[in-house]
Design a protein around this ligand. Structure first.
Ligand SMILES: Cc1ncc(COP(=O)(O)O)c(C=O)c1O
Length: 392
């Protein structure tokens, strides 16, 4: 029998498959997760891989994905769109750009689409960094941009987060000078899930030398609880032409596998950002799915509510075990496992549970992405069975 973990959890409850996550089951071909996401419960039965074998996917708590997947309305659009896979994008980009422009109250030429917001980060690196024009970012933060810059031989100033795990704005300002090409701000930050207060960011931007561009990555925007010190730079722009905001469809909309994100900037900055990129890296299917996802506002609301409840439950479980979780405003939580992170990551991996990587700038912590409630039960059960550090 081939079975996806998601459907299994829904159908028979989490407790029954704790044993099924055991290492003995690893190594079988995985259930077709993409098919399940596309076709839901109407998927045709999968052929058995081996008589009686139960195929169980790993518990994926490592990439801050949306474990609930896209909405039913988006799944319906995905089903319909598959047949258009023989055509290059025609009207799909225009439709999506119009929706995004209306949503953010900007002109179409202020938006750049990307193959995930990851591609937006690449564009920003290509446009604004070069040897002699360094990148300033927090440490730890989402590492893709810094790694790209380093690979290209560009200097990267990694500025440790402050004691509240926010961007240390004064220290970052100290590292900015005429040789800075780009500042990268992730808010809420990944991997900590923490916020940098809006007023601090505004004060920071006001003091930057002219010509220094600022990329504000709002990948986790939707997960922030209503808070006085957070406001998106898209919802309330400050009219500074150096600001570029990146967003993604990978998180609240549940479309990580479809690879689609975007940036909003001035028309001039948008043009610079997109320069040198072909402009067709978003597929017809992804563009249609993204448009449908924007329309399905009820699903976004549901996702926000569900994430807040899942996060609260996680924080309670972590606090009950004295794991000192960092107060997250996102769909993942960092906590101090009170033992070497490498050992924890390795132990859970052996139990077929994947969590985030080790972050050298916060090397006593592990990052757990929130999964389905049943998956979190598997996680905590495994956690509670973890041998003490000395015995590992
Ligand atoms: C802060 C941040 N930015 C960007 C990305 C890239 O997301 P994607 O390329 O899926 O849009 C991620 C992925 O986890 C992220 O955490």
């Amino acid at each position: 029998m081939s079975i996806s973990r998601r459907n299994l959890l829904r159908n028979i409850g989490a407790g029954a498959i704790v044993g099924a996550a055991a290492p003995a089951l690893r190594g079988f071909p995985l259930a077709p997760a993409m098919e399940a996401a596309l076709w839901g419960n109407s998927a045709p039965a999968q052929p058995a891989h081996a008589a009686g074998a139960v195929v169980v996917e790993p518990v994926l708590l490592y990439r801050n994905e949306n474990p609930y997947g896209p909405s039913e309305k988006v799944l319906a659009v995905l089903r319909e769109s598959a047949a258009s896979g023989n055509r290059y994008p025609r009207t799909e980009y225009d439709t999506l750009l119009d929706k995004l422009a209306a949503l953010h109250n900007v002109k179409r030429e202020q938006i750049v689409l990307g193959c995930g917001s990851g591609e937006i980060l690449c564009m920003a690196a290509m446009a604004f960094l070069k040897p002699g024009k360094k990148l300033v970012e927090a440490a730890p933060t989402f590492p893709a941009l810094g790694k790209l810059a380093q690979t290209a031989g560009i200097e990267v100033a990694d500025v440790p987060l402050n004691e509240r795990y926010g961007h240390d704005v004064p220290a970052m300002l100290d590292r900015v000078g005429s040789s800075t090409g780009l500042v990268y701000i992730v808010n809420p930050n990944n991997p900590t899930g923490t916020l940098t207060p809006r007023k601090d960011l505004e004060a920071f931007v006001a003091k930057l030398p002219s010509g220094v561009m600022v990329l504000i990555d709002e990948a986790y925007h939707h997960f922030v609880s209503p808070a006085a010190d957070y406001e998106s730079f898209l919802d309330r722009p400050i009219g500074d032409p150096r600001i570029i905001v990146a967003r993604t469809f990978s998180k609240i909309f549940g479309l990580a596998g479809l690879r689609i994100g975007y940036a909003v900037a001035t028309p001039e900055a948008a043009k610079r950002l997109a320069a040198g990129f072909p402009g067709w890296s978003v597929s017809v299917v992804s563009a249609r799915a993204a448009s449908a996802a924007l329309d399905d506002v009820d699903y976004v609301r549901l996702g926000v509510k569900r994430n807040a409840a899942d996060r609260q439950e996680f924080l309670s479980q972590a606090n009950a075990r004295s794991l000192h979780p960092i107060e997250s405003q996102s769909n993942f939580v960092m906590m101090n496992p009170q033992r070497p992170p490498d050992e924890v990551i390795g132990y859970l991996k052996k139990r077929n549970i994947l969590i985030g990587p080790k972050y050298p700038a916060l090397d006593k912590y592990v990052r757990i992405s929130l999964g389905l409630p049943g998956e979190m039960k598997i996680f905590w059960d495994a956690w509670d069975q973890m041998p003490s550090a000395a015995k590992m």
